[in-house]
Design a protein around this ligand. Structure first.
Ligand code: AMP
Length: 125
């Protein structure tokens, strides 16, 4: 069920709990701005999620309210993760689902990193 991205940030969403260490994750990378961990239901040989440390519901919320430093730090962290996973040479795909049409299910911004195989189709249902 997609979220309503207009709702206020829910401190009890699953990624907030991961950030607080209340539930475990398979951590890939962490710095001041971002945490990256393996998706629990991988859709590709490599499927990693990168989330900002700040409380942002969605891509829309983040790009509206985050500081330039948070945006730069988060964006750079995604690049660092892809290089640490050695995806920069074969290539990879990034995806952000936003709101209803984007079918976003977790109300804390997350960027999906997909890699480890050749992708061809741009988008599916
Ligand atoms: P989205 O549809 O973009 O909101 O994607 C949410 C993603 O979060 C899905 O790919 C889920 O498999 C993933 N997910 C949900 N719960 C967890 C969890 N506890 N640890 C890792 N990934 C999760």
């Amino acid at each position: 069920m997609p979220i309503d991205p207009r709702l206020p940030y829910d401190e009890n969403n699953i990624f907030a709990k991961i950030l607080r260490g209340e539930i475990p994750c398979k951590k890939v990378y962490e710095d001041d701005h971002a945490l990256a961990f393996h998706d629990i239901n991988p859709q590709a040989p490599v499927h990693v999620l990168v989330i900002p440390k700040g409380a942002y519901v969605s891509w829309d919320d983040f790009t509206l309210k985050a500081s330039d430093g948070e945006i730069a730090g988060f964006t750079r962290a995604i690049g660092t993760v892809t290089r640490e996973l050695e995806l920069d040479q074969p290539g990879y795909r990034l995806m952000v689902n936003m709101g209803g049409h984007g079918h976003q299910e977790v109300p804390h911004l997350h960027v999906h990193i997909f890699g480890g195989r050749q992708f061809r189709v741009m988008i599916g249902d």
